[in-house]
Design a protein around this ligand. Structure first.
Ligand SMILES: NC(=O)c1ccc[n+]([C@@H]2O[C@H](COP(=O)([O-])OP(=O)(O)OC[C@H]3O[C@@H](n4cnc5c(N)ncnc54)[C@H](OP(=O)(O)O)[C@@H]3O)[C@@H](O)[C@H]2O)c1
Length: 282
């Protein structure tokens, strides 16, 4: 029986690395992208064990139609895993982000995950239940100034992951979160210059080095293969953990997010920001 893995956002970055990883292991991948150039690129680079769906995750009708078109395909095999990966990061002070930017951030990183999960749940609820892995972020457990919309979307995704895990337990469906720190992907380049519009605000002096910091985080990011290894553990472990942090210092992240009192963390962030060299822009 064909073993399907569905991954959203496979054009670049972590999604593309996951596509390579599972394709090499012999799985049949259903991968989503949002532009037609990416469809052509993927179709010419992979074997017939890949079906590319093209839709913007914000477009509910297009999303529904895309999955409806592959009903027959899905019914010929077994959906072993859904990886909700597609995401963006919109930086900026909460005070100045527009309503549209805030909505876009939540729609792509959070609301679309529920829509896509619900469309695929009928194929995961089988005698041999499939799993769901959500690509969250350390920003799902740690709030960073000027990445507010992104952090809120990932905190809410952590909550959504936990609720699905508890609701879907009776079907035997395990729902797991992957929480990467900086990973070397296109997401960083997409944010170069994005903080410039806020230079004239009261926050400007804290943001002027943002591009350098984005470049630094990109250069020092872990390879996307590290995320693939964590996903593989979450997928294959008999009793997976609820979440896997992928970071150079996972224990530091656990300590500052779970143990350190929030007021101490506020002071620490204020101190590093005042030096102008440590704002983590994603
Ligand atoms: N890189 C990191 O440091 C890092 C750290 C923690 C968590 N993450 C998370 O990892 C996930 C993947 O990010 P990445 O770093 O691999 O970034 P990326 O290279 O920019 O990939 C993001 C993927 O999501 C797709 N996507 C974005 N908006 C979409 C939309 N509206 N509809 C359909 N597809 C859309 C992109 O398609 P296009 O190519 O068309 O834009 C792309 O395929 C995200 O959820 C991100 O939050 C990344």
């Amino acid at each position: 029986m064909t073993k399907f893995i569905c991954i959203t956002g496979v054009s670049t970055g972590i999604g593309r690395a996951l596509l390579d990883f599972f394709h090499q292991k012999g799985y049949y991948i259903i991968g989503s992208v949002r532009n037609h150039d990416a469809v052509t690129d993927l179709q010419s680079n992979y074997t017939e064990r890949l079906t590319v769906l093209c839709f913007d995750v914000r477009d509910q009708e297009a999303t529904q139609n895309a999955f409806s078109d592959i009903k027959n395909l899905l019914s010929q095999g077994h959906l072993e895993l859904l990886i909700n990966n597609a995401g963006i990061a919109i930086p900026g002070p909460l005070e100045y982000l527009t309503e549209e930017q805030f909505e876009e951030q939540l729609d792509i990183n959070l609301k679309s995950v529920r829509r896509i999960t619900n469309l695929l749940l009928p194929y995961l609820k089988t005698d041999n239940p499939g799993r769901i892995i959500n690509i969250s972020s350390v920003s799902g457990i740690l709030n960073t100034p000027f990445m507010g919309a992104y952090c809120i979307s990932k905190h809410a995704l952590e909550s959504m992951t936990e609720i699905y895990r508890r609701e879907l337990r009776m079907f035997g469906i395990k729902v797991i979160s992957i929480l990467p720190g900086p990973i070397k992907t296109e997401i960083w380049k997409k944010n170069i210059g994005k903080l410039n519009p806020f230079f004239e605000t009261e926050y400007g002096h804290l943001l002027k080095n943002a591009d350098k910091l984005i470049e630094k985080s990109d250069a020092q990011g872990l390879p996307a293969e590290r995320v693939c290894q964590a996903v593989w553990k979450a997928f294959t472990s008999r009793n997976p953990k609820t979440g896997y942090i992928v970071h150079k210092s996972p224990n530091v992240i656990r300590f500052i997010s779970k143990v350190l009192p929030s007021l101490w963390l506020d002071a620490l962030m204020a101190k590093t920001m005042s030096k102008g060299d440590k704002i983590r822009p994603i």
